[in-house]
Design a protein around this ligand. Structure first.
Ligand code: 8GT
Length: 137
């Protein structure tokens, strides 16, 4: 019998960057898979969305921050096999946004220098993304 192929889950995420070159990370809520880990704001790309539209929507829903598709720049992507699915996650960066991020759907938010990101436990898919942020900033 052929091995079951894991479905690919498309998630779009974004590193917001402040004027000091710090990156915003969000702590996953209790009760969800990987609760307590720190990740980049974002979420699943819905059937009627582009990944850029997902990021704009999730920044609004999760953080109360407004931005535009034109303010998103692709940086890199994560490709990681979890138990039940294979995650494909484009990571955008965004320096131009409106509003002060507030933790609406997450436990906590933190602005972190890229060199300090390793101090915060992140999902395994995210670790390979850190050097790209260090290089950028
Ligand atoms: N937003 C985001 N998701 C990530 C990152 N790294 C990573 O492995 N993921 C995984 O990608 C998936 C994102 O889905 P999500 O945030 O929309 O969904 P969720 O688990 O909160 O579930 P739900 O929205 O269905 O309740 C989760 O499995 C999450 O663990 C990351 O940096 N940001």
């Amino acid at each position: 019998m052929e091995a079951a192929v894991k479905p690919i889950l498309l998630v779009a995420a974004c590193a917001l960057i402040d004027a000091d070159g710090r990156v915003l990370i969000a702590q996953r809520p209790e009760g969800k898979a990987m609760a307590g880990l720190w990740e980049f704001p974002g979420g699943k790309v819905e059937a009627d969305e582009t990944p850029e539209e997902t990021v704009v929507r999730e920044l609004h829903e999760e953080l109360g921050v407004e931005t535009k598709i034109a303010c998103l720049a692709p940086l890199t992507f994560a490709s990681h096999t979890y138990t039940d699915f294979h995650l494909l996650m484009p990571l955008y960066v965004c320096r131009r946004f409106w509003g002060v991020p507030e933790p609406r759907e997450v436990q906590a938010l933190k602005w972190v220098r890229p060199q300090r990101l390793r101090d915060y436990p992140m999902p395994p898919a995210d670790e390979p993304l850190i050097p790209f942020l260090i290089d950028l900033l």
